[in-house]
Structures are given as structure tokens and as C-alpha cells.
Design a protein around this ligand. Sequence first.
Ligand code: ZN
Length: 147
Amino acid sequence: MSHSTTTPPMPTTRWEPDRAARLAPWQTMPMGLALKRGLRCTCPACGETRLFSSYLKVVPECTACGAPLGQVRADDAPPYFTIVLVGHIVVPLMLFVEKTWSPSLWLQAALWLPLTLGLTLAFLQPIKGATVGLMLRLGMTKPPEEA
Ligand SMILES: [Zn+2]
């Protein structure tokens, strides 16, 4: 039994980008600019208004340019980035101090705990701002859930 039937070749299809899709104004600014404005805790799209209404609460919408900032759900990405950054500052310092002077444990606790807390609180807001800028630039917005 032989298979002499051959399937005809598939017609060649070319992928074409959807040129009808229009990007929102906040998806066209340079990525570096969006990150810089986010780090400064201003609107990543225009840099004119504040990004946060409180320490970590993002305003629903930019009052200057209308970017839907509240639709960017950074979730727990900013804390992860902050942990990585603070850990890479505090842990090498701890190792250096321990290897060099080996101070008593109470002194180490009195030094590293406030430093870790202070760095975390200082970095968390700008890192969240940069994360919101990154996600806004990439179009990672999600409208509020329908009730
Ligand atoms: Zn804006």
C-alpha cells in the first residue's frame, strides 16, 4: 500500500500588523521619559501632575492629559523591585561590616533594621511610579471591573 496522494502546498500567508489600531498618546512617548517621570512621581504621560494622591494610591486619571493612570494595576511588582534593590544595598553592607569590625548583635540590629525600613519606604514610591510609567507606556491598562 503506497501513499501516492500528495497534499497541495498551503497558500502563502503574510502576517500584517493591524495598521487600523491607533495608539493612545500615553503609548507613544519615549520609554525612558515615561520611566523618568514615573520615578519623579509625576504623570508618566505629561509630567505635569502628581501621580499619587497619597503614599501609594495612584490618581484615577491625569487632570492635565487624561491618561488613565488608575487603570494601571502595578499590583505587587513595585514591592518585588524594591526588595531586590534594598537587598542588594543592605546585604553587602552587612557582610562588609561583619567581616571588617564584627560589632555586637544589638548594634547590628540597631543599624540594619532602621536602614532597611528607611530605604524601603524611600524607594517604594518612586519605584511604583516607574512601574506605572512602564506599564502605561506598554499599554498595560485594565478598565475597572463591571459590577
Ligand atoms: Zn498627564
